[in-house]
Design a protein around this ligand. Structure first.
Ligand code: SF4
Length: 75
């Protein structure tokens, strides 16, 4: 399993994560920030556990996020 965590408040809406994994990230028309699809919020951090098959896409998203607010880890 993979854990994905996003500090959403700091998102600048560049859309890179959505390009890397459109099934997991979606730009919000309301506030111009990307939403972690299926994620749950706790103290401003959104997180979700997903299958290992998403690893490569989420590495791309995390690596290229210009404000470095996407963290991923295997467990
Ligand atoms: S890559 Fe980072 S800054 Fe860009 S939309 Fe995704 S979470 Fe926001």
């Amino acid at each position: 399993m993979i854990r994905i965590v996003q500090q959403r408040a700091k998102c600048i809406g560049c859309n890179i994560c959505e390009e890397a994994a459109p099934y997991r990230w979606r730009m919000s028309k309301k506030d111009g920030k990307c939403t972690l699809i299926g994620g749950t919020e706790k103290k401003g951090f959104f997180s979700i556990s997903v299958g290992d098959d998403e690893w490569d896409d989420q590495v791309k998203a995390a690596k290229h996020c210009p404000v470095n607010i996407i963290k991923i880890g295997k467990f």
